[in-house]
Design a binder for this molecule. Structure first.
Ligand code: DX5
Ligand code: ZN
Length: 216
């Protein structure tokens, strides 16, 4: 089943409640929340209190993407704030701490996920696959919305799909960065089933039609 996760990085932060409530009306599947710390990526966005506030105004699952250094320090807080899926980057800490973070996330009753930046090879996901409910393949360098889709990530996406099918078939495969009607199709052909879309969703004249087109 194909799913759409609009990224609220491109929402109107003055009207965040309005924009988040509209996601349910548009039949989105997840609310994608981008957390950046100014260290792991060169940008700072939102943190734990904002996730907790969003939790109060939507029943949609919160898909929280941590672009932060050494996330083990904060995973309990983000789980308690109401995350349903919590993603850490494999580049953000060593293997031992990343596995500890994934286990801790699951102990909180939250789905655990890892993400890989564009330069990280597909086999980097292998140590974490048994501990993951979702893998997020970045199709731009993380840090900012509105960048161009990197089609050269498709062989990696396909390779990770084959690892998932062989080793953890219920794991979801998400793509993030430059996703629109056209690039989502390409990602689906290469094995993705969850599409994050920030600028394309929030620029769409008819968000419901945009979501339908991505799921078609
Ligand atoms: C980028 C974030 C994305 C971002 C995507 O680091 O992880 O979720 O919001 O934005 P678009 O869809 O505009 O590329
Ligand atoms: Zn993201």
């Amino acid at each position: 089943m194909l799913k759409v996760a609009p990224s609220i990085l491109s929402a109107d932060f003055v009207n965040l409640e309005r924009d988040i409530r509209a996601l349910s009306v548009a039949d989105a599947d997840y609310v994608h929340v981008d957390v950046m710390d100014g260290l792991f990526v060169p940008n700072i966005t939102i943190g734990i209190p904002v996730v907790a506030a969003i939790r109060k105004i939507t029943d949609l699952p919160l898909d929280v993407h941590l672009m932060i250094d050494r996330p083990l320090r904060y995973v309990d807080d983000f789980c308690k704030a109401g995350s349903d899926i919590l993603t850490v980057h494999v580049e953000a800490d060593n293997e031992e701490n990343t596995i500890a973070a994934l286990k801790r996330i699951r102990e909180n009753g939250v789905k655990a996920a890892i993400s890989v930046k564009p330069k990280t090879p597909p086999e980097a996901v292998l140590p974490y696959l048994p501990y993951c409910d979702l893998i997020l393949v970045m199709t731009v360098e993380p840090g900012f919305g509105g960048q161009s889709f990197m089609q050269d990530m498709m062989p990696k996406l396909k390779q990770i799909r084959s690892y998932i099918d062989a080793q953890n078939p219920t794991c979801e495969l998400e793509v993030d960065g430059g996703i629109n009607e056209k690039t989502a199709k390409i990602c689906a052909e290469n094995g993705a089933n969850v599409f994050v879309a920030g600028s394309a969703y929030f620029k769409a004249e008819d968000p419901s039609a945009f979501v339908r087109a991505l799921k078609a």
